[in-house]
Ligand binder design. Structure first.
Ligand code: MG
Ligand code: MG
Length: 289
């Protein structure tokens, strides 16, 4: 999303538990999309897969109708960066496809609690992926987890941008090319609405950022491209593509800031596997009954 300003919503432990319920539904959507994404499927068939998971959980889509968006999931293929609209497009073996979707639940007071997450994959399996696409996805995933780990140890929101830049720089050596960071789209606070303050930038601001506090929940979402990072919007008013026609990847989780660490609300395991590489384990709010 684009920049957002205003007050940061601090959540109570009980509210974070509600957001975990939404996050687990988003994790289910991702699992169903991964399974259904096979060569020959259309992107509108995959939107149906997402909508079905939301309905089965008595949850609601926070994408459908957002600013008029016509589907429950953004599906962006190859040089499409974000906000691709599901339709008649047929996915082919070797396509690099990114899914960005979410859900919210309603609590007993009628308040919405949102989850938002994204992932990229190769249609038909990694064996069919172009080596640069595989490297781009791996770098984007690594950037996401480096940023999440940094939130677990850092004291200000700017650690996210520093962490993304560090992975891009390191992988540039092994890949032989540097991924471009799409600066136009940023992560965000999330809670009773999907997009809230603060902005969570994917590039370094050299220390000028707000302090992290227990009870913040942030959507962390690096968007990286094989080329320059410059993008443009198509005439459909949604789909964003790279100007240089190189491919893009997008990885996102909704992350709660807790005492002593983070809880990755949109990962089934709360972030256990992703954080293990950093010698960290997720925190969680104890859930009763
Ligand atoms: Mg998202
Ligand atoms: Mg988001």
């Amino acid at each position: 999303m684009r920049a957002k300003s205003g007050r940061i919503e601090i959540k109570t432990p009980a509210q974070i538990v509600k957001m975990r319920r939404a996050g687990l539904i988003v994790a289910q959507i991702h699992e169903a999309l991964r399974e259904a994404t096979v060569p020959g499927v259309t992107t509108e068939e995959l939107d149906k897969v997402s909508a079905d998971v939301i309905a089965r959980n008595n949850a609601h889509s926070n994408f459908l109708g957002y600013g008029g968006f016509p589907a429950t999931v953004c599906i962006s293929v190859n040089d499409q960066v974000v906000h691709g609209i599901p339709g008649k497009q047929i996915l082919e073996k070797g396509d690099l496809v990114s899914f960005d979707c979410g859900a919210y639940i309603l609590d007993e007071h009628g308040k919405q609690w949102h989850g938002d997450a994204a992932f990229s994959m190769i249609v038909g399996g990694d064996a069919y992926g172009h080596p640069d696409d595989l490297a781009l996805i791996a770098t984007t995933q690594a950037a996401l987890w480096n940023a999440i780990a940094a939130l677990g140890q850092g004291d200000h929101i700017g650690v996210v941008g520093d962490a993304v830049e560090a992975v891009v720089a390191q992988d540039a050596i092994s890949n032989g090319w540097a991924a471009g960071i799409v600066e136009e789209f940023v992560g965000h606070g999330i809670g009773t609405s999907m997009h809230q303050a603060p902005d969570v930038l994917n590039y370094s601001v050299r220390g000028k950022s707000r302090k992290l506090k227990t009870g913040m929940v942030l959507a962390v979402e690096p968007i990286l491209v094989r080329g320059s990072g410059l993008v443009r919007e198509l005439s459909d008013g949604w789909t964003v593509v790279t100007q240089d026609k190189t491919n893009a990847a997008h990885c996102e989780h909704t992350v709660a800031i807790l005492p002593g660490g983070v809880w990755v609300l949109t990962a089934f395991d709360g972030g256990r596997d992703g954080l293990a590489a950093f010698g960290m384990s997720p925190r969680a709010v104890a859930q009763r009954g």
